[in-house]
Design a protein around this ligand. Structure first.
Ligand code: EPU
Length: 400
């Protein structure tokens, strides 16, 4: 399996916190990683890649502006706000704007940095932040556990004076992976992976070498690929079972059998069943697997109810699945999915990263040929998806 996109992006940004080299191993080859590299290079980070290793060195920050052109392409760009502010005392980051899956505000990132003493104003579509005398530790209490918000504040707090406590912090494994790397750089972060993280600020961080965790969303996606085609798959990597803990019970209810093996996990389907599931922050069922789960429920006999609690508009795949013969009704934030005997291939359109793989899965199970347009969404977050599926026997090709 590949390194996690949502771990790799904040880990790359952590390089802004030190003038020493940060070496990241297990870097996935993805469009979003390329966008983050472009942004960091613009800020003065030199980046060398060799195989799965990436070395990032921010000897000197030469710009503190993250421009609209890059932030609108990838919202995770907002992660540079906290580290740049901590390292240089100023940062100017474009407001990301809306996106296909929801409004995606960054008010909690801003409030958190204000609690650490930053002056922040919104000007010409940009967040303009400064803290001439340096950040001071404080209490940051999130009304919603935000993943990149927690990462932004955690990174900023490593170089703040005194202790910062993040209350209602996100507990996702990617947040812990970042904390482990920062601790390797000399930060003092404790209780990450719980809703209350404590960070004792230090004067300086050093370089380190860190191996990125596997992508639990990729693991879940390929597990569903095996189940929807009534196949069996071996997913290779250490610690995959632990990473999947948020999804395992739902998979079990659905009849997607996951067994530990020496190499990683073995997945097969056994008597698929409908589920009643709601997306939740970790350790709940991840929103980033919602579209893929819906694809398999479309061909599972019985009625499933899938509720999306994280993003207000993450059902854009529903009309596309219906074009393939799925029987889905939307009711508020829930999708009522009545399983049909089979789907039929059709031309469909990808609307976001996870929705695009949901359509690939539906296409694998459907009779006939499915042609998916706007596939650029897929390469943002799935490394070598077409090659990996072909290697498992899927009849899929990328049409340029
Ligand atoms: N929210 C606010 N204000 C904020 C920040 C978040 O109201 O300042 C709300 C959001 O609108 C949302 C909820 O809080 O309703 C949770 O959002 P969160 O901030 O946790 O999302 P994120 O950090 O922007 C990350 C992943 C997403 C994933 C979500 C939820 C990265 C780079 N992105 O986004 O991944 O869906 O957490 O788990 O880590 C994907 O990979 O396809 C993807 C969208």
């Amino acid at each position: 399996m590949s390194g996690a996109k949502n771990a790799a992006l904040p880990l790359m940004v952590a390089s802004l916190l030190t003038d020493k080299p940060l070496v990241l191993d297990n870097i996935p080859k993805l469009a979003d990683v390329k966008t983050m590299s472009d942004l960091l290079c613009m800020l003065g980070v030199s980046i060398d890649c060799s195989g799965k290793k990436m070395t990032l060195t921010a000897k000197k920050i030469c710009s503190t502006t993250a421009p609209y052109e890059l932030v609108k392409r990838m919202r995770a760009s907002v992660l540079v706000l906290g580290p740049m502010l901590a390292r240089t005392g100023q940062a100017r980051v474009s407001l990301p704007g809306g996106c296909a899956i929801g409004v995606r505000p960054i008010n909690l990132h801003i409030k958190g940095l204000q609690a650490l003493g930053a002056d922040i104003e919104l000007k010409d579509g940009y967040v303009v932040a400064s803290v001439p005398k340096g950040l001071k530790g404080g209490e940051v209490s999130f009304s919603i556990p935000t993943v990149t918000g927690t990462e932004n504040i955690m990174m900023a707090a490593t170089l703040a004076k005194g202790v910062t406590t993040i209350i209602n912090a996100a507990c996702e494994p990617e947040v812990s992976d970042l904390a482990e790397c920062l601790n390797g750089m000399g930060a003092k972060i404790s209780e990450h992976g719980t809703p209350k993280i404590a960070i004792e600020g230090v004067d300086k961080l050093q370089g380190t070498e860190h191996r990125i965790i596997y992508d639990r969303i990729e693991v879940g996606t390929y597990a569903i690929a095996a189940a929807i085609t009534d196949g069996e798959i071996e997913l290779i990597g250490d610690g995959l079972g632990e990473l999947m803990s948020g999804a395992t019970s739902v998979f079990e209810q659905a009849g997607i059998r996951i067994k530990s093996a020496a190499s990683g996990l073995l997945v097969s389907a056994q008597d698929l069943k409908p589920v009643n599931v709601a997306t939740e922050p970790f350790p709940g069922f991840p929103t980033d697997l919602q579209a893929q789960l819906m694809a398999i429920m479309c061909v599972t006999s019985g009625t499933s109810v899938i509720t999306e609690n994280i993003w207000e508009n993450r059902f854009l795949h529903v009309p596309e699945l219906c074009r393939m013969g799925a029987d889905i009704t939307l009711k508020g934030s829930s999708a009522i999915v009545r399983g049909v005997k089979s789907l039929q291939g059709a031309p469909v359109m990808a609307t976001d990263l996870r929705a695009s793989f949901g359509l690939v899965l539906a296409g694998l199970a459907a009779k006939g040929t499915t042609v998916i347009d706007r596939i650029y969404h897929l390469v943002r977050g799935y490394e070598n998806a077409v090659e990996k599926l072909q290697a498992c026997g899927a009849d899929i090709e990328e049409i340029l």
